[in-house]
Structure formats: structure tokens, C-alpha cells
Design a protein around this ligand. Structure first.
Ligand code: TXA
Ligand code: MG
Length: 337
């Protein structure tokens, strides 16, 4: 059931979490399915609900750096990144403190733990009220689009959740940047709103790109190899025109973009056209991406043509999500977060 956050519903959320239930929770990146990370049964419910492979660990959300340091070993690099970007859309992978009680299911039995301090006021209020570390993956069925609105969560899990807290449209709209901070140099594992340039500026040092796997190289983040973000329709990237059976995910001015067989894309029926940002603003585009794909997949089209997104700043994260969505058809049954 979707509820507006009030002191009462926040208190209800805290009680439900303390009792081992899973709830829907807004964060500034995407909505999460949250449960007590110390409670193995509660964490197991997340995996069941999402149909998520157990080898793919969850992000554990905490209220501040001091709480993060109870569950992970923070070196100088982790402290520098935390000071620069927490609370915010950055997840830090660090060595796990085995004696701190986090369910090994949450970390998939790894020696490391992924921790994040979210900036969303509702997520913060719930973390403060329950005083627990919260395992919270994106609130989508594994391998499908991430949710950026409470309605998306309700559509996937409505009946199975005792509570979905509403927090409006997720302001960032893409999952957090994931960084391995176990060594001296940050290793980028998942693109997000905090870019490699942001981290270089904060650390005054290099950033290693761990997002592109060489052939045969073991992934440093289990989510990397997995199918992801699959909309119900195939995507066609770098489109410069639109076929009659396609919907269009646009970016920037449509100008004279044409329909195959004649006509202009700007005259598509409204349900078949979403523009991520008419002015070419990459942050606006990121915040609209998943909602636009959710809309277009029910538009009656048989495919989604996607205009090119520049490979700079937040454009890298958008392109990452789009290329995984486009590739997902080619892959087998593996699925992800
Ligand atoms: O923005 C976000 O991060 C959202 C919101 C709800 O906070 N959460 C999210 O969680 O995207 P999820 O579970 O969908 O993605 C977690 C990613 C996966 O790619 C997983 O493989 C990686 O983090 N990860 C988790 N623990 C890890 C670890 N110990 N080492 C490397 N990667 C890890
Ligand atoms: Mg996910």
C-alpha cells in the first residue's frame, strides 16, 4: 500500500523493519526494497521478491559515516570519498567487518560490503527511526527496469509489501555510482551521478575504470556480468529515424528527424514519444530515463528507437543503462538486480 510519509507512517515503517518485513522506500537515486540487513530471513525475502540470484550482493544503507564504519573497514580513501559525497548517490565497497552481524546473504558471502548513506529525507527519516542498517536493492524484479516512482514499486510488488512510502519522483533517477574503495585508488564499478571526474577532483588522484571487463577477466562487482534494466520491448540505439512500428526515446531537439516512409518524428502519437530532455540536459535526462522507458514499453509499439546520448558526465551512466537494456535480449537466463 502506498503511503505518504508522516511521523506516523515513518514510525510504522521502522516497526515493520524491526519485525523483519520488507518495505518500499524512496531514495534520491531509485526506489529500494528495504529490510533489516542483520536479519537473514528478512534479507532472504528481498531475494525471493526480486527473484534475484543469490550471488548478487545488496547495498547496505546507513545513516552516516560512523555507522558505515561499524560494518565496513574504512581506509583513508573511503573516508575521503565519504566526506565528499555522503549523503548522496555513491556506494563504497570496503572490507566487511565479519563480527558486525550483517547477514552473509546480504553480502553474498563476500569479504566485502557495499555501503551507502542516502540523501533522500524519507530514507534518512526511516534509517534514523529504525536505527538499523538496511539492505536495499532497487525495487524492481531482477533484470527489469528500476523504479523511479512509488507506482512503479506498487505495480511490481504492491500486494506483497505491507508498506510503500511515497517520496515523489526519484530526483536522480539512476542507481548510485558503485566504487571499490578497498585499495588506494578508487575503482569505478557502476556508472552513476557521481562521475569519475567528480572523484578525481575530490581525491586529487587517479580513478581506475573497472566497468569494462576484459575477455576472461573476473568481474569485480557481481552485478556487472548480469543482464539488466530490460524493458519489455527491444531497444534500437543511435537511431536517426523512426520506423512505423517504433516508439521514440528522444534526447535534445527533434528538428527534422524523420519517420521511415515519410513524416516527422515530432508528429508521433504522444504515447509513442518521450523526450529525455528537449534542452539536452543530461541530469534531466537521467531523472526521466526509467519512467520514459516504463511508459514507452506499454505504448503499443513493437520496438523503441533511442537517439544518441553524449558520452560525457552523467551521459556515461545513461549510455551504460541503455546499452545493457539493448544487450539483454542477446543473453541467456542470467539476470540481475
Ligand atoms: O542507487 C542505488 O544504489 C539503489 C538504491 C535503492 O540505493 N540500489 C541499488 O541496488 O541499485 P542494487 O542491488 O540494484 O545494485 C547493487 C549493485 C549490484 O551491481 C551489486 O553487484 C553491487 O552493487 N555490489 C553489492 N555489493 C558488492 C560488493 N561487495 N562488491 C562489489 N559490488 C557489489
Ligand atoms: Mg538494481
Amino acid at each position: 500500500m502506498i503511503r505518504t510519509p508522516t511521523p506516523e507512517t515513518i514510525a510504522d515503517a521502522a516497526t515493520l523493519l524491526q519485525q523483519g518485513h520488507v518495505i518500499g522506500l524512496p531514495t534520491e537515486t531509485v526506489y529500494g526494497l528495504a529490510a533489516n540487513a542483520l536479519d537473514g530471513l528478512a534479507v532472504a525475502r528481498i531475494f525471493t521478491l526480486k527473484q534475484r540470484p543469490h550471488l548478487n550482493p545488496l547495498i547496505v544503507h546507513v545513516i552516516d559515516t560512523a555507522m558505515a564504519a561499524r560494518y565496513g573497514v574504512m581506509n583513508d580513501l573511503a573516508h575521503t570519498l565519504a566526506a565528499a559525497f555522503w549523503p548522496g548517490p555513491l556506494t563504497l565497497v570496503m572490507p566487511l567487518r565479519h563480527d558486525a552481524g550483517v547477514s552473509p546473504l546480504a553480502t553474498s558471502g563476500l569479504e566485502t560490503i557495499a555501503l551507502r548513506v542516502p540523501a533522500h529525507p524519507v530514507a534518512q527519516a526511516v534509517l534514523r527511526a529504525c536505527n538499523l542498517p538496511l539492505a536495499a536493492p532497487s525495487a524492481n524484479v531482477s533484470g527489469r527496469l528500476s523504479p523511479t516512482a512509488p507506482q512503479h514499486v506498487n505495480a511490481s510488488f504492491g500486494d506483497a509489501l505491507p508498506l510503500i512510502l511515497a517520496g515523489g519522483a526519484a530526483p536522480i533517477g539512476l542507481e548510485s555510482t558503485v566504487v571499490d574503495a578497498t585499495g588506494d585508488v578508487p575503482v569505478l564499478l557502476r556508472h552513476g551521478a557521481i562521475t569519475a571526474d567528480d572523484m578525481r577532483a575530490a581525491t586529487a588522484g587517479p580513478v581506475q575504470d573497472g566497468t569494462q571487463l576484459e575477455n576472461g577477466q573476473a568481474p569485480r562487482s557481481p552485478g556487472q556480468t548480469l543482464r539488466h534494466y530490460a524493458p519489455r520491448l527491444p531497444l534500437r540505439l543511435s537511431a536517426v529515424d523512426v520506423a512505423p512500428d517504433e516508439a521514440l526515446l528522444a534526447f535534445g531537439a527533434l528538428k527534422f528527424m524523420g519517420m521511415r516512409g515519410g513524416g516527422f518524428a515530432r508528429d508521433l502519437p504522444p504515447e509513442r514519444l518521450r523526450n529525455l530532455s528537449e534542452t539536452g540536459d543530461l541530469e534531466e535526462a537521467a531523472s526521466r530515463l526509467f519512467a520514459a522507458l516504463h511508459d514507452l514499453e506499454t505504448s503499443g509499439a513493437s520496438r523503441i528507437a533511442v537517439m544518441d546520448i553524449p558520452a560525457t558526465g552523467m551521459g556515461l551512466a545513461i549510455r551504460d543503462r541503455l546499452s545493457r537494456a539493448a544487450d539483454s535480449e542477446k543473453e541467456t537466463k542470467e539476470c540481475a538486480s
